[in-house]
Design a protein around this ligand. Structure first.
Ligand code: PGA
Length: 251
């Protein structure tokens, strides 16, 4: 059985003071939802402050990105060891990183291997663009992203991996995919790709999240699907609505 995981990707939102306030709003209710793993991913600037508020809440903490090198002359970057000091998770390969910051399957793979080495759970994002979707390339694109992004991961570490399927056309657009469409990509593309890499049994243990305009209203439709093991939530993770989404995952 895969424990549902609901992760909030705050993106570039909330100052440190605002981040503290949001945790005050979300923390108590999230703590009471026990059958679900809950994770918040604030901007790196707020990780220390948020970490100090999460003790005893059962809420995990994740970074939104990191470099693969442990230290050195990489202006503006944070390292796996720096993240690991405060976090248990790290989002890698988000489509906004790929689109605006030049990330590729190869750089994502380096970061995944660095997360493994640091003992961080990577939440590895994959998903097709609107043009790829319209051209019928979803399966090919997602299959390639999974194989390339996760190559070289140890079989022993693989069950800890989290993959997030986020069709780019559904992110921040209010146009979520359907439960049925997400299920078909998770079941027919991502899990078989994981099986190619790690074997069928390990593939069954890996959680596959859906992301892209998940709300308190549509979350239940996604979580009703057997291969949707949770959600990566953007906009709705900045509001009390995130509690509703976590509750829906518990049902
Ligand atoms: P959204 O973002 O929920 O605002 O669509 C999801 C994501 O980018 O992870």
């Amino acid at each position: 059985m895969r424990t549902p995981l609901v992760a909030g990707n705050w993106k570039m939102n909330k100052t440190v003071a605002e981040a503290r306030e949001l945790i005050m709003v979300l923390g108590g209710d999230l703590k009471s939802i026990t059958e679900v793993e809950k994770v918040v991913c604030p901007p790196s600037m707020s990780l220390v402050a948020v970490a100090n508020l999460l003790g005893g809440t059962g809420i995990g903490l994740g970074a939104q990105n990191m470099h693969w090198e442990e230290k050195g002359a990489f202006t503006g970057e944070i390292s796996p060891g720096m993240v690991r000091e405060f976090c248990q998770y790290v989002i890698l390969g988000h489509s906004e990183r790929r689109q605006y910051f030049g990330e590729t399957d190869q750089s994502v793979n380096k970061k995944v291997l660095a997360a493994q080495a640091a003992g961080l759970v990577p939440i590895v994002c994959v998903g097709e663009t609107l043009a790829q979707y319209e051209a019928g390339e979803t399966a090919a694109v997602v299959h390639r992203q999974v194989l390339a992004g996760l190559q070289g991961v140890d079989a022993a570490f693989a069950p800890k991996l989290v993959v997030a399927y986020e069709p780019v056309w559904a992110i921040g657009t209010g146009k979520a995919s359907s439960g049925e469409n997400a299920e078909s990509v998770h079941r027919d593309v991502i899990r078989p790709a994981l099986a190619e890499l790690f074997g069928a049994q390990t593939a069954e243990a890996i959680r596959i999240l859906y992301g892209g305009s998940v709300t308190g209203v549509n979350a239940a439709e996604f979580f009703a699907q057997p291969n949707v093991d949770g959600a990566l939530v953007g906009g709705a993770s900045l509001k009390p609505e995130f509690i509703e989404i976590a509750r829906a995952a518990a049902r």
